[in-house]
Design a protein around this ligand. Structure first.
Ligand code: AMP
Length: 176
């Protein structure tokens, strides 16, 4: 099973991907983690990636596609977290492999802001949060209708406890 998890920053994607991947032995491919690692290297690619991440901007599609391809190619099951984030990336993904379902974790903007301010990651500063939400709306949200048209989208209400959201996902995937 090849899954994509989609949602605004702060929707609880990372938490759910962690739980579902462990429970059902699916490899998780977490783009943000891969990029944070890449950004730690003191080379040109590292500096470039860091530049975008610190500003809450998306790292350019060419860089992302070049990095992610080797994590995906040849695998017949995985969960993707944080990729694709643009239509261009979704098209790039399609040229590598077909995904089965896209889980969209839906959380209203007010709640997402509250959660991010409480999380305190390096790119969770108020100005950067605002910008990441804007980037999400403009560049990533269009993927919801993109995958809806392909009949792959599964909408999950992301409000409530972690366990409740997990149960909704399992039910939607017929895991339970
Ligand atoms: P995340 O941990 O998923 O919130 O990602 C943290 C940051 O990494 C984002 O704000 C972007 O700067 C960058 N990033 C993660 N995934 C992608 C992607 N698929 N395309 C472009 N930039 C990304």
């Amino acid at each position: 099973m090849k899954l994509v998890f989609l949602g605004p920053p702060g929707a609880g994607k990372g938490t759910q991907v962690e739980i579902i991947s462990r429970k059902y032995s699916l490899d998780k491919i977490v783009m943000g983690d891969i990029l944070r690692q890449t950004a730690n290297a003191n080379d040109e690619l590292g500096r470039k990636v860091r530049y975008y991440m610190e500003r809450g901007e998306l790292v350019p599609d060419e860089i992302i596609l070049a990095i992610v391809e080797r994590y995906i190619r040849g695998k017949d099951s995985f969960i993707l977290d944080g990729f694709p984030r643009t239509i261009k990336q979704a098209e790039g993904l399609e040229s590598i492999t077909d995904v089965d379902k896209v889980i969209y974790i839906d959380v209203p903007e007010d709640e997402v802001k509250r959660r991010l301010l409480n999380r305190g990651r390096l790119d969770d500063k108020p100005e950067v949060i605002e910008h990441r939400l804007k980037v999400f709306k403009e560049q990533t949200y269009p993927l919801v209708s993109y995958y809806e048209r392909k009949g792959k989208l599964v909408r999950i209400d992301g409000l409530g406890s972690v366990e409740e959201v997990t149960r909704r996902i399992e039910k939607a995937l017929n895991f339970k």
